[in-house]
Design a protein around this ligand. Structure first.
Ligand code: NDP
Length: 454
């Protein structure tokens, strides 16, 4: 057994060294692959068919990457230029599917990590979706609506050639919400002269799905309910710490409040607020308006509600809680933060964001037997409802809120159960990192084997 563990470790190191050599200067991509390879290497070593087919080498190489310039005009009449990408990672089990991110921190490395994770996440949902991701280093903050519109339209002039309802179906992510999707879809429709479900996250009057806006945040809470349910527990009465105040964080907070938890934090890139009395439904309605309509900053919460305090430049992980939901961005929860959460008695962590915990943060949670749901499992609700939006578009029907929410709950239970199946150590602990990686991997790997040398 010892020898086997050693072989796995050395094979992982060897594989990751090769990956780093082939993909220099892409730290986020290396990190995402390392986490998955640590989980799936024992399965690969036990299955000659995977080794013979070079399955790991193939699954870490995107099918294709499109890189292009986006030139647009600002309100002063100046020409501006940004770079954009679409990483079409793997379409073995369905058309490429994954969001577009607009943020100055976007690089090819970030999009490859996100596209890679998306392959496993989409597989875990049980829906026929491949994995992809795209975006631009464009910063929508401080831009007027017209500037955002011109940028989106210009981007789509190139992107429309590469996407389609059976090819690649983009959606939103950081910096890309309903407004941006609408501008992009409007332009796509004009260029393609077809009204099809080629983008998801659309407005309700033109093919969008009910519950899509809420899906990722709600889904993270449903996953948490499933994890706690295995222990005969629930989120009711628990104190929760949430980071972020964007799409995922807001609806995670809303669902937690509905399920009887007390949420005491929210954050943005400037800092976090701590409200020891908890964000009530009334305070949440104000916060939602602040973020979604006024596009305000989180410190304004502490100005409005004096019982809350704003901590500039800080993250919320030092606040004592039972449950933690990192919902802002990648690598926002480090080893030191994990230590603080553990020493304050955290029971479970569900990642609403993609890869918010660093590798050492994740290891600490697992070593301390904290229930830990990685992003690819806990935040799969967003892409799952995007998949349901595609189905509704294809059928030209619109399901009710209850119908979509019911399906979302069922899908999150399925994601949980599949992750549990491969992550149960048989001694009372479920390693959801290992479970979700292996469950996501097996389905895609087997499809690739069936196709032969492609
Ligand atoms: P939003 O743009 O709506 O919100 C992002 C939030 O995170 C904002 O509060 C933002 O603060 C904060 N944030 C962004 N970058 C940083 C940073 N570098 N440091 C600190 N805070 C930061 O994005 P989403 O809510 O859609 O996405 C959040 C995460 O969830 C991402 O990892 C995304 O990939 C993942 N995700 C999203 C899905 C979706 O359906 N939307 C689906 C699955 C995963 P500020 O406003 O100050 O920038």
């Amino acid at each position: 057994m010892k020898k086997k563990g050693k072989t796995t470790r050395s094979e992982v190191s060897k594989f990751v060294r090769g990956l780093v050599r082939r993909n220099p200067g892409e730290p986020e991509f290396h990190q995402a692959v390392q986490e998955v390879v640590e989980s799936v290497m024992p399965v690969v070593l036990d299955n000659k068919k995977y080794q013979d087919a070079q399955i790991l080498e193939r699954m870490t190489e995107p099918d294709r990457i499109i890189i292009f310039r986006v030139t647009w005009e600002d309100d002063e009449g100046n020409f501006r230029a940004n770079r954009a990408w679409r990483v079409q990672f793997n379409n073995s089990i369905g058309p490429y599917k994954g969001g577009m991110r607009f943020h100055p921190s976007v690089t090819l490395s970030v999009l490859k990590f996100l596209g890679f994770e998306q392959v496993y996440k989409n597989s875990l949902t049980g829906l026929p979706m491949g994995g992809g991701k795209g975006g631009s280093n464009f910063n929508p903050k401080g831009k007027s609506d017209h500037e955002v519109m011109r940028f989106c339209q210009s981007l789509m002039i190139e992107l429309h050639r590469h996407i389609g309802e059976d090819t690649d179906v983009p959606a939103g992510d950081i910096g890309v919400g309903r407004r941006e999707i609408s501008y992009m879809f409007g332009q796509y429709k004009r260029l393609a002269n077809r009204f099809t479900g080629t983008l998801t996250g659309k407005g309700l009057s033109f093919g969008g799905s009910l519950i899509r806006t809420e899906a990722t945040g709600y889904g993270a809470v449903y996953f948490m309910q499933n994890m706690l349910g295995v222990k005969g527990d629930s989120v009711n009465g628990k104190t929760a710490v949430v980071s972020g105040s964007g799409n995922v964080a807001l609806y995670c907070i809303q669902k937690l409040i509905q399920e009887g938890a007390k949420v005491v934090t929210a954050s943005d890139s400037r800092g976090f607020i701590h409200d020891p009395k908890g964000i009530t439904a009334e305070k949440f309605a104000w916060l939602k308006e602040l973020k979604e309509v006024k596009r305000g900053r989180i410190y304004e919460y502490a100005e409005k509600f004096p019982e809350a305090k704003f901590y500039e430049g800080k993250t919320p992980w030092g606040i004592a809680c039972d449950l933690a939901f990192p919902c802002a961005t990648q690598n926002e929860l480090h080893g030191d933060d994990a230590k603080k959460l553990i020493s304050n008695g955290v029971k479970a962590v569900a990642e609403g964001a993609n890869m918010p915990s660093t590798l050492d943060g994740t290891r600490l949670f697992l070593e301390n037997k904290i229930l830990f749901a990685p992003g690819k499992a806990a935040n799969a609700g967003g892409v799952a409802v995007s998949g349901l939006e595609q189905s509704q578009n294809a059928l030209r029907i619109a399901w009710s809120r209850e119908e979509v929410d019911g399906r979302l709950r069922d899908i999150m239970k399925g994601v949980h159960d599949r992750s549990r199946q491969y992550g149960d150590d048989g001694k009372g602990f479920i390693n959801y990192v290992q479970g979700s990686n292996i469950a996501g991997f097996v389905k895609v790997a087997d499809a690739m084997l069936a196709y032969g040398a492609v």
